[in-house]
Design a protein around this ligand. Structure first.
Ligand code: HEC
Length: 125
């Protein structure tokens, strides 16, 4: 009886420890996504926000991607379901036709990874 009780306590302890880990991993993800959204809005939405502006024109990034993909993919990056984080990170550091690259002094590696996580949040991997 004593041994069974000890085993039960050990199992319960493990469950508590595991659920604690899962809880903190989830919190880290949520924090990373929140950071990614904040940095995306600051650095990227100026060119990539969805829809026409007051003057009826699309922003440069949204307009270029609309021209590139037509109706096959959403023109707004936030609505995409096919972006992978390493690709987003590459484009951030290298730039792309008409898009500037960003230095580590502007967007740190952690912030870049957070933007990548945010823009790939709807991609099934
Ligand atoms: C000055 C405007 C501008 C800013 C600011 C900008 N972009 Fe872009 N971005 C563009 C343009 C224009 C393109 C389209 C290039 C092309 O025609 O191939 C583009 C393309 C991209 C692509 C490629 C999408 C694809 O389907 O291949 C990604 C990813 C991207 N941008 C991410 C970002 C992120 C993340 C940020 C912020 C850190 C950002 N961009 C900031 C203008 C901008």
């Amino acid at each position: 009886m004593k041994t069974a009780m000890k085993a039960l306590i050990a199992v319960a302890g493990t469950v508590v420890a595991l659920s604690g880990m899962a809880g903190s991993a989830f919190a880290a993800d949520a924090a990373q996504l929140a950071l990614g959204k904040e940095k995306y809005e600051y650095w990227c939405a100026t060119c990539h926000a969805d829809g026409p502006r007051e003057n009826g024109r699309l922003l440069p990034g949204t307009a270029s991607l609309a021209a590139k993909y037509g109706s096959s993919r959403p023109a707004a990056l936030e609505a995409r379901t096919d972006l992978l984080s390493p690709y987003v990170e590459l484009v951030i550091r290298k730039g792309m036709e008409g898009m500037p690259f960003f230095r580590k002094t502007e967007i740190s590696d952690a912030e870049m990874q957070a933007i990548g996580a945010y823009l790939s949040r709807n991609t099934k991997q």
